[in-house]
Design a protein. Structure first.
Length: 356
């Protein structure tokens, strides 16, 4: 029997990622409130913001600065940038450092046409030399460690992740995250973990594996089969925000935590509190409904609870629904949950998750 992978901390410049379990950037989902929530639940060594336009950030966009804003209790936290112009990306990295992030991540995996047509995102997989130039400029411009998220390649005929990773390592990247699907696959089909293993063998810097990981058992299997130094989770964390705690426990040889109804109640209440710090009630309601659409899938009474929450027009109505379906001291046993991987197949299309 092979030895269980060890959760060794990742040393990325001055930042320590311990455990090496990372919340992926997901547009529209991983705002500061959700990142804080995940950190509070435990097991997550690093959170990363939604991707931020280097053009917007360097041109003074208030919206871009809002996305890039981080809070002390998220640390360590990374800000993910996208762009393809070396000097512009370098300037943006300096702003990220000023905003208090612990590292800057570069998106070289986004498959969305409005990003790739500018030469950014997954389009950089087509130009390893430009990718190298971007990272080299950023490394020179900031004291923060610079990490990169890549895909297998542009399409099935150009799987070049090991080549790109070597270029990034040569440019000074501190670590690379590999999402082993091509740009043409988006998020369809199983992730080709063998590509992660190929990249791991090609470079000496830490490699973080991503894709088709929604449970503690899958995280263990990914690390065992690829040799990855860490695991990044995106959609699986939306369905199950406790997944990082469960992964840490599984990879440490302990029985993973199983949430009960009261844990779901506490999670939603805490999320409301984080959101209310900087958003109006109508936006808080929208975010609560979005979260509920994920975490209540597979719960006993989940469909009825979602119906109540979706109909809510005030936060007081959210509290009433929680009192009814997730009482603090339930008389029934813990909720029944389906396998996350089965749930995810039926979730919204790629557009909602263009960053995982």
């Amino acid at each position: 029997m092979s030895e269980r992978p060890k959760l060794e901390p990742l040393r990325l410049g001055a930042a320590t990622v311990d455990p090496p379990l990372v919340l992926a950037p997901l547009a529209g989902h991983t705002d500061r409130a959700f990142r804080r929530l995940v950190k509070h639940l435990g097991g997550c060594g690093l959170v990363v913001t939604e991707m931020v336009s280097s053009e917007g950030l360097t041109r003074g966009s208030g919206h871009s600065r809002e996305i890039a804003a981080v809070t002390p209790d998220e640390r360590p936290v990374g800000v993910q940038l996208f762009g393809c112009h070396p000097q512009r990306m370098a300037d943006a990295a300096q702003i990220v450092e000023e905003l208090g992030a612990d590292l800057v991540d570069v998106n070289m995996g986004c498959p969305v046409p409005k990003v790739t047509k500018t030469g950014a995102g997954a389009a950089l997989m087509l130009e390893p030399a430009r990718a190298h130039d971007v990272i080299a400029h950023m490394v020179k411009a900031t004291r923060l460690p610079v990490t990169v998220k890549i895909r297998s390649g542009w399409d099935e005929d150009s799987v070049n992740a090991p080549e790109v990773a070597r270029a990034l390592e040569d440019a000074g990247a501190a670590a690379v995250t590999v999402h082993p699907r091509c740009r043409s696959e988006r998020h369809r089909g199983p992730a080709a973990w063998a590509v992660i293993a190929d990249v791991k063998r090609a470079v000496k810097i830490p490699i973080i594996g991503n894709g088709s990981v929604a449970t503690a058992a899958e995280a263990l299997r990914l690390m065992e089969t690829t040799g990855a130094d860490g695991v990044m989770v995106g959609r699986g964390a939306l369905y199950n925000p406790w997944v990082f705690r469960q992964m840490k426990e599984e990879l440490s040889g302990r029985s993973p935590f199983v949430p009960e109804p009261g844990d779901y109640r506490d999670l939603i209440a805490r999320f409301v509190g984080y959101l209310e710090e900087y958003l109006p009630e109508r936006v808080v309601l929208f975010r609560i409904k979005a979260l509920a659409g994920w975490i209540t899938k597979g719960l006993r009474g989940g469909a009825e609870l979602r119906t109540k929450l979706y109909a809510a027009t005030r936060l007081s109505e959210v509290d009433a629904a929680l009192d009814l379906y997730l009482p603090a001291s339930p008389s029934e046993p813990a909720p029944l949950l389906q396998e996350p991987s089965r749930i995810l197949v039926h979730e919204p299309d790629d557009a909602a998750f263009r960053l995982e």
